[in-house]
Design a protein around this ligand. Structure first.
Ligand SMILES: Nc1ncnc2c1ncn2[C@@H]1O[C@H](COP(=O)(O)OP(=O)(O)OP(=O)(O)O)[C@@H](O)[C@H]1O
Ligand SMILES: [Mg+2]
Length: 482
């Protein structure tokens, strides 16, 4: 494409030059030729007219005195006019009186008439011109002369003209070709040079390249200058963009480092808090057990009820601390990526759930061969939570269906666990993933509310997203990507 353009600019210049030159020359030649021919023809005609007038006047007396021999003699003098092929003197009634032929095969009209009052008449055929001129004596018609002249000189002249014009045309076209070479050097070449640089810049994205200013002046020099200026602007913009990007990267790095330090600190803090809470809790647990066992006979009904509440609350707190420790562990544990089969993990979890509550009527559908790469231990925790929730939140229904599969959403592949259980108010879908956030009461469905928070952390650590859809009593679906 670009090569075609290069070729066309030079060849266009050449073609234009040649065309202008040829047109101008042809027009000039045509003008000269027509003018010259018209003039030449008029001169020939005038000469012929004079010759026939002279012949006519010299033959008047011969006509009047009926002396054809003398007329014949007059006509013979036409021998010295090489263009005259034949001539004839006619009597007033149109009969030949005396004739002259340059060669014997030339024919002369046997009868010729001239209308009364007409002085002269001429006509042409393709190689001759004919002229008839009236002869009068004392105001009365005495006859007329007829002259035939060939127009070969005219034809020769045209031919010479055309030959000269042809030679001139060839000469000027060669000159034009030569001149267009010079034009190419001064116009097309700088443009081609510029096009080459532009192509190189657009291919290599190397904006420090510049077009070499040549010897050209005017618009071409301006074009090269402006092009270089544009490159300079792009280069400056590029540099400042690069600098801004570097600065931004630095910022992001710094912020990330700060954030991860704060995060680590927080995790360490929550881990040690949960850990440290265990010791006093164990002591409360131990002493309340001792109180219940050792003082069973001394405590009345109300005291015993208080004590059992204390013990239930302690157990629950123990579970909470365990969950918190697990959550902290999930974040601290290192990720071991390996190829895993999510289908078989889900099936084994379903098996465990079934064993724990064999009386429940649950249809489990697990899509086969859902293979991916990730931390097998952590992704098992994810599926345990999601399938466990599905199991738990369908428990109020006599029959339920739970499915684990994968589907394409927009431009990503998402895994999902769906059930047709209690569901939730979709307005709170975003809150589910916060630690200790629960949408159902303890008496309705037991739990601590850390399950989904754990799921979210694990998915985030895998670089994925997790979100939920659901409606009250219409079931819930939890999607995640990896
Ligand atoms: N499959 C589900 N159907 C309906 N609601 C659900 C479902 N899964 C989770 N939820 C809602 O989201 C809340 C948070 O779930 P999450 O798993 O974090 O806590 P939990 O199940 O209550 O307790 P645990 O920490 O023992 O898992 C639940 O209390 C419940 O209200
Ligand atoms: Mg749960």
């Amino acid at each position: 494409m670009s090569h075609a353009r290069q070729v066309s600019i030079t060849s266009k210049l050449t073609r234009m030059n040649m065309l202008v030159c040829a047109t101008a020359l042809s027009l000039a030649c045509l003008g000269f030729l027509s003018y010259d021919l018209a003039t030449y023809r008029q001169v020939t005609l005038d000469n012929l007219s004079i010759q026939s007038q002279v012949t006519g006047s010299n033959s008047v007396s011969a006509l009047v005195f009926d002396d054809p021999v003398s007329a014949q003699r007059t006509l013979s003098s036409l021998e010295f006019a090489p263009n005259i092929l034949s001539a004839c003197i006619y009597t007033p009634d149109g009969k030949p009186f005396a004739t002259y032929r340059r060669s014997p095969n030339i024919s002369i009209p046997a009868k010729l008439a001239i209308s009364p009052g007409e002085k002269e008449r001429h006509w042409y055929n393709h190689e001759n011109i004919f002229l008839v001129h009236a002869i009068s004596f004392q105001g009365k018609p005495a006859g007329f002369t007829y002259v035939q002249s060939n127009i070969q000189p005219l034809i020769d002249r045209v031919e010479n003209y055309l030959a000269i014009a042809g030679v001139m045309l060839i000469l000027s076209l060669s000159l034009a070709l030569f001149l267009s070479r010079i034009a190419r050097r001064s116009i097309a070449e700088p443009i081609q040079r510029l096009a080459n640089v532009a192509r190189r810049v657009s291919k290599d994205k190397e904006y420090s390249t510049r077009a070499e200013p040549g010897r050209e002046e005017g618009e071409l020099a301006e074009l090269v200058g402006t092009f270089n200026e544009m490159l300079a602007q792009i280069e400056t913009r590029d540099r400042s963009l690069e600098a801004a990007r570097e600065k931004l990267e630095e910022h992001v790095e710094q912020r990330t480092a700060e954030l991860s330090a704060a995060n680590k600190e927080l995790e360490a803090f929550s881990y040690s808090v949960s850990h440290d809470l265990r010791a006093p809790l164990r002591s409360i647990e131990g002493f309340s057990l001792a109180l219940a066992e050792d003082y069973d006979d001394k405590l009345d009904g109300e005291a015993k009820s208080h004590l059992s509440r204390i013990r239930a609350a302690t157990t629950r707190m123990g579970v909470l601390i365990d969950d918190l420790l697990n959550l902290a562990r999930v974040t601290r544990a290192e990720l071991h990526r390996e190829p895993i089969n999510l289908s078989s993990i889900a099936s084994s979890i379903a098996e465990d759930l079934r064993k724990a509550n064999p009386e429940r009527q649950i249809e489990f559908c697990v899509q086969e061969r859902l293979e991916t790469v990730g931390d097998g231990r952590l992704l098992r925790v994810v599926l345990e939570n999601l399938l466990g929730n599905a199991w738990k939140y369908t428990s109020k229904h006599a029959w339920a269906r739970i499915q684990f599969a994968k589907k394409r959403l927009n431009d990503e592949e998402a895994y999902f666990v769906t059930d047709d259980g209690a569901g939730f108010d979709p307005a709170f879908a975003g809150r589910l993933f916060g630690a200790f956030q629960r949408l159902h009461g303890m008496d309705e469905f037991p739990g601590t509310g850390v399950g989904l928070a754990t799921v979210q952390r694990i998915i985030h650590r895998h670089g994925g997203r997790v979100w939920a859809e659901g409606a009250v009593e219409k079931g819930a679906t939890f999607y995640f990507t990896l």
